[in-house]
Design a protein around this ligand. Sequence first.
Ligand code: PEP
Ligand code: MN
Length: 291
Amino acid sequence: MNNRTEQQIRIAGPCAVESINQWEQAVVGLQDHCDIIRGGVWKPRTKPGWDGLGSSALIPMFEIATKHGITPAMEVLVPEHVDEVAQAMRAVGGNSDEMMQVVVWVGSRNQNHVVQQAMGERVMNGPKSISVGIKNAPWASIDHTVGIAQHLMASGLPQDRLAWLALRGFDPSILDFIGGWNEGGVSIADTFNPDKLRNIPPTGHWVGRLQTELKRQGISVPLIADPSHIAGRADLVPGVLEHMLSTMGLDGFIAEVHPNPHEARTDARQQLSIEEFIDMLEQLDTKHLLW
Ligand code: PEP
Ligand code: MN
């Protein structure tokens, strides 16, 4: 694998922060296994329902993150959320050089370039220690994915504030457009029954084309796997991640891990318990897929 970052990016944590106690349990259980812990505060929902604790969770979350020396990461839905994160960072960290790090990300429902540009601008104007990731639902066109990175950087956000780009799979309706599994080479259909997966993982060929186009546009951003939103089921997550890490030259992963998956208020089926996550890491390690 040629494009490896020096250190693998390992992100784990609950789909949503449901209480400060649940967040602290996740942080304590995961802190020795990853540097970045995800926890959604604003959740996009397909239908109206519980959509996260919202901004009031930020300060207590960041205090716990600082106490344990981890970096929190969360999706932002609108540009104002970036400002709220920046404010909470300042409230917890002051304006010192020691300011905590936070990663916000543009999620799968956000296809609006005006919003993407405004988010990039607000990240740029926030503390230097906020960076932004991309976890958008890819369209079949590589340009769409590359374009999100370009929109985020349109107002001058420097490359090094682009944290990572996560591959969270294609909506199954993409099959109608691309005409089957085997286009372009390696087929995951040999490894998985695609009917079981929630989203369709990209082929190694698609990831290679994405890497080439990013390079051609002068964009350097680590590519990571989101096996949880591809698998849609906890028991399928390790296999999807192993497949992606071993065939796509990726730089890490973002996985959903919950202290009590069965009680999760969002994405309960696909979240690993902390113990299952640690077992998965041990398995990946024996296969030399961790560094
Ligand atoms: C998530 O990460 O919890 C999430 C909502 O993911 P996606 O937007 O990729 O479905
Ligand atoms: Mn989720």
